[in-house]
Design a protein around this ligand. Structure first.
Ligand SMILES: *Cc1c(COP(=O)(O)O)cnc(C)c1O
Length: 387
C-alpha cells in the first residue's frame, strides 16, 4: 500500500493530507487496509448519518444503478420530484433546487437572493465571522475566515461580515443594498459553536423587519445531525431558505437548496442549472437516507447519544485540565482544549477512534446517527486514556 501513497503523492493535488487508507465500513465502524478497526466519530465529515453502507441505502443505490443512473434535467426522472416533496416537507413547504455539494447549494441561495433583490437594486449578503460556507470563489468569500481566502484575492464583491451571536453587529451591517443573511445554526468548521436562542429569535425579527431574506446553511447541521431535520428548527424559528448536502445522500454526493413558497418561482427556466443536479441515482440515495432516518428513529438516537457523549465529556473535563469546555447540539459536539487538537486526534486514531480537529484546539465529534451507547462509552474510555 506504500505504492498507493506514492501514487497519491505523485498524481493527486496536495489539497488534503490523508493518513489512513480505509477500505470498508459498517455502521459506526470502519476498517483500514491492514484490517484494523476504528470507531468512526468523523462520519466522512458529518456525511454518513445513517452509518457506513446502511443496507437500505446500499440496496437503493444498487437497484437504481441497474435501472437509470443519469438522464439530465432535460427529462423527468421518477425520483427527483418525490425527493423534492420530502425536502419541502422537512421545513419550508416550498420548492427545491438540486446540486451536488454544499458549496453549490449555497451558490444557488446566493443567486436566488440576488435575482430576488435585483428589481430593487439589492445584492449584499451578510454572513458571519468564523463561518464556513464552501471553497468555490463565492462561498469562500462568504466564509468569514481570512485563512481560507488568503492568496485567492480579489474576492467576490457583495459580501459583508457580522459577528456571530451578536445581533447588534448584524443590525449595523444592514444597508439599503442588503438582500439576505446567511448563517449556520451551529458553526461547524468554526469550532462547533451553537447559535444562542436570543440571537436566532432576534435575527428572525430583524430580517422580517428589514425585508431581508434569512437563509441557513444546513450543510453540516441538517438531516438529523442536531436531533431535528434542520438545525434552525431547534430554535423554533422559520427560515426563508436553507442549503443541504453532507448528510443528505449517506455519502452519495447530492446538495439541495430549499426555499419558502414565496420564493419558489424566483428562478425561471434558464436562470440556474446543474448537469448532475438531482440525478436518479443521487435521489435514490437521498430518499433511502431520509426514509431510514425516519424509520429507525435516528433523530431520537442522535439526541440520546449526543447527551450521553456530552455528559461523558463533561465528566472527563473534571479529570483533565486540558479540557476547556464541551459544546454542541445533538450529535455535533466540540471538545474545546487548551492544547493543540491535532496531536490528540492523531493519538485517538492510533487507539482506534476517528475524530476531526477543527480550528487550533477543538476536537469535533460527529459520529453516525446510528451510534450506540456501548460505542460512545468505548470512545470515552479511550479518550480518557489518551488525554
Ligand atoms: C462542508 C460545508 C460546506 C461545503 O460543502 P461542500 O460539499 O464541501 O462544498 C458548506 N457549509 C457548511 C456549513 C459545511 O459544513
Amino acid at each position: 500500500m506504500t505504492n498507493l501513497k506514492e501514487l497519491h503523492q505523485q498524481y493527486v493535488m496536495p489539497t488534503y493530507a490523508p493518513g489512513l487508507t480505509l477500505v470498508r465500513g459498517e455502521g459506526a465502524v470502519v476498517w483500514d487496509d491492514a484490517g484494523r478497526e476504528y470507531l468512526d466519530f468523523s462520519s466522512g465529515i458529518a456525511v454518513c448519518g445513517t452509518g457506513h453502507c446502511h443496507p437500505a441505502v446500499v440496496a437503493a443505490i444498487r437497484e437504481q444503478a441497474g435501472k437509470l443512473i443519469h438522464c439530465s434535467n432535460l427529462f423527468h426522472n421518477e425520483l427527483q420530484p418525490r425527493l423534492a416533496q420530502k425536502i419541502s416537507a422537512l421545513g419550508l413547504g416550498g420548492k427545491v433546487f438540486f446540486a451536488n455539494s454544499g458549496a453549490e447549494a449555497n451558490e444557488a441561495l446566493f443567486k436566488l437572493a440576488r435575482k430576488w433583490g435585483s428589481s430593487t437594486g439589492r445584492y449584499e449578503i451578510i454572513t458571519m465571522k468564523n463561518s464556513f460556507h464552501g471553497r468555490t470563489l463565492a462561498t469562500m468569500t462568504a466564509t468569514g475566515q481570512t485563512k481560507y481566502q488568503k492568496g485567492f484575492e480579489p474576492l467576490m464583491p457583495g459580501f459583508v461580515y457580522a459577528d456571530f451571536n451578536q445581533l447588534d453587529s448584524v443590525r449595523a451591517a444592514i444597508t439599503p443594498r442588503t438582500v439576505a443573511v446567511l448563517c449556520e445554526s451551529v458553526q461547524g468548521e468554526g469550532g462547533i459553536i451553537p447559535a444562542t436562542q436570543e440571537f436566532m429569535t432576534g435575527l428572525r425579527e430583524l430580517c422580517t423587519e428589514k425585508n431581508v431574506l434569512l437563509f441557513f446553511d444546513e450543510v453540516q447541521t441538517g438531516i438529523g445531525r442536531t436531533g431535528k431535520w434542520l438545525g434552525f428548527q431547534n430554535y423554533g424559528i422559520r427560515a426563508d431558505g436553507f442549503s443541504l448536502a453532507k448528510g443528505l445522500g449517506s455519502g452519495y454526493p447530492i446538495g439541495a437548496a430549499a426555499v419558502t413558497p414565496e420564493l419558489s418561482d424566483v428562478f425561471q427556466p434558464g436562470n440556474h442549472a446543474s448537469t448532475f443536479g438531482g440525478t436518479p441515482l443521487a435521489c435514490a440515495a437521498a430518499l433511502a437516507t431520509l426514509e431510514t432516518i425516519e424509520k429507525e428513529n435516528l433523530m431520537a438516537n442522535a439526541v440520546a447519544m449526543g447527551a450521553r457523549l456530552t455528559d461523558g465529556l463533561k465528566k472527563l473535563a473534571a479529570r483533565h485540565d486540558c479540557i476547556q469546555g464541551v459544546r454542541g447540539l445533538g450529535l455535533m459536539i466540540g471538545l474545546a482544549l487548551n492544547v493543540p487538537a491535532k496531536p490528540v486526534e492523531a493519538k485517538l486514531r492510533e487507539q482506534g477512534v476517528l475524530t476531526i480537529a477543527t480550528g487550533e484546539s477543538v476536537l469535533r465529534f460527529v459520529p453516525p446517527l446510528v451510534i450506540s451507547a456501548p460505542q460512545i462509552d468505548q470512545a470515552l474510555a479511550i479518550l480518557d486514556k489518551v488525554l
